[in-house]
Every structure is written in C-alpha cells, then in structure tokens.
Design a protein around this ligand. Sequence first.
Ligand code: COA
Length: 351
Amino acid sequence: MAKGGLDGVVVADTVMSMVDGEQGELVIRGLPVEELAAAGRLEDAVALLWDGDRSTAGRWVEELGRARVRMWPTLEGSPALRVADAAVALRAGLAPLEGATPIELVAAAGLLVAGWSRARAGKPPLAPRADLPHAADLVRLLRGEPDDARAQALGAYLCTVVDHGMNASTFAARVVASTGSDATSAVVAAVGALKGPLHGGAPGPVLDMLDAIGSPERAEPWIRSELAAGRRIMGMGHRIYRVRDPRVAVLERAIEGLGRAGVATERLALARAVERAAERILAEAHPERPLKANVEFATAVLLDAVGADRAAFTGLFAAGRVVGWLAHVAEQRETGRLIRPESRYVGPTAA
Ligand code: COA
C-alpha cells in the first residue's frame, strides 16, 4: 500500500528555503528567518527571494506601492469581497487576474484580504497608498489609520511565513507551473491548498480554542476532552519539525514589540500555557512522536493583536506566502520538468 503524504520524497532542488526539522531552523535564501523578519518589511523578502539579495528592497517598496494603486480599480468592486471567508475571497478575486505580473499578484492578494475584512465589518473599502511599505499600507487598510507598531508586527509575520520548503501549497503552485500554465493559475491553486485546516486554515481555530479555554487552568481538561473526542489540537504538530517551530520565537518577539508599544497582547500568556499543557498531554498520547507547537499559536495571537478578523487569518498567511509561491513558479519554470508522478492501480481487474 502506498503510504501517501510523500514524506521524505525530494521533488525539487530549490534555493528558496531550507527547513531543518531536527534542529528547528529555517533559512530563507541564505538568511535566518529571524534576520529577514527583523525589519518588518515584506519587500525585503521579495528582494531576497526574487533577486537573491535584499539590496533591491527599496525598489520593491515603490513597485509594490504602484502595483497596489494600479490593481485597486479592478478589485474595488469585486464580488469576491463579499463572500464568507477571506481565503475564498482570495481564490475568487485572484482567479480573473489573467496576465497579472508577479508583483501585481502580491499587491492584489493584500488588497483582497484588506478589502474583504472592511466589507465584513460593514465598512467601505479604502483605497491603497503608493508611498507606504506593503505591511504598513495593509494595516492602514484594515484599521482605517496607519499604526507603526502594528505595521512592524504584520511585516514581521509576512516575512516569517514567506516560504517554507516544499509545503503543500508551494508544491501545488509548482505542479501547475510545471505544466507551462500561468502564474495566476499557480497562485489560485496554491490558495486552494493553503485553505485546508491541516495547512493554513489553523490559526482562526486556534483563536477559537483559546477563547473556549479562557484561562490557563482550564487548558488541561479541555485538551483531554478534545483528544477523547478524536479531534486534533490545532496549532500542534508538524510534518517536518520534531522540535518547536522556529517561527514561533520570531513571532513572539514581534508580539512582545507590540506589547511594549501598548497594544493588548494578554492572549500570549494564555497561548503559552495552552501550548505547555498540549505538549505534555500529546507526549503521553504519542511518546514516539514529538508533537510541539507550530507557527499557528503565535500567528493567532499576533494577527488578533494587529486587529485582523480571525476569519482573515488564512488570507493574511496567503498575502505573505504568495511571494514564496511566485519565487517557486519562476524556479520551476527555469529548472524543473513537468511534474507527473505515478499511481498504483489497486481497483478491480477487467473481466
Ligand atoms: N493533535 C492531536 N494529535 C495529533 C496532532 C494534533 N495536532 N498532530 C498529529 N497528531 C497525531 C496523529 O493523530 C497521529 O496519531 P496516530 O498515529 O495515532 O493516528 C500522529 O500524531 C502522527 O500524525 P500524522 O497525521 O502522521 O502527522 P502529519 O505529519 O501528517 O501531520 C499536521 C502534520 C500539521 C497536519 C498535524 O500535526 C496536524 O493536524 N496538526 C493540527 C493542524 C495544524 O496545526 N496545522 C497547521 C500546520 S502548520
């Protein structure tokens, strides 16, 4: 029987990112993720992944700003802004953008999430500004006013999730690119893969879980009853990491920065208590398999403090990861072949 899951199968050589699951290390095109996230600017990640070093980041701030302004008239009235879920809004809003350039797709992803969030709150969408870095403008579009501390935190988040080895959505993007199809189609396929709860759909449910638990002493009975009911604990476990996801510490630092700027981040203490309880209980249930916190606990706390609606969390994940998807699309086109694995037929034989 094929196990499925392709664990341990190398499907591409890439220069984009290196994930060390045993040491808990993430390197983005030669740079530790901590360093990439420090400046809190998505454009640093665009420069690094698309050009190979960060020296072109200033030019990308201008290009991305202009792309937001250029894409806005197309997206402002999009019916995608009124669907129930931000990831669905992204899928629907990006799909018609045939022929969009990579930077226009990055711009459009951010605009769709921000516009969708405003519509959900019953507010009219705001027009983008060309002169701000992407994260700063997204915070302004989400909240109605600029906010430096939140812009820094959101920028750090977007950089932290920008690329992560051969994750399911990146693989989906590469499969589509390998057929010679266009970048928009690759990104739309990737959004579809990211949306699932085992990949990018977890941070909203993590926040629901923290709300349901409410206080640290209730964590243990709550987790035990979830496991007894056969449910997984969102935000715990990872296909690659056997130690704590290194992105958690980067996001915790960004959350602490928000706290110093006076933004309420009290959920961080609860999240840490729930993580400790979940780790202990999961170690009893699976002594053979270390199940540690993945990026979603800290993501939920950070994005909530930034002021994003929890239903927009997966959309914001996509707004960062889209930069990585597009880097892989270009790399696949340059160096890859048609991706076409095989299956083993186990159905009935012909009579
Ligand atoms: N809660 C409870 N049990 C978990 C678990 C979790 N979060 N994650 C894994 N397990 C258990 C599985 O039930 C399985 O147990 P079994 O062998 O008794 O059936 C065992 O650990 C191995 O899990 P497996 O499904 O092989 O792991 P995977 O590599 O396919 O899964 C994830 C990785 C991320 C999909 C998985 O850990 C998960 O579902 N986590 C919750 C969702 C989440 O946070 N997603 C965001 C990822 S960044």
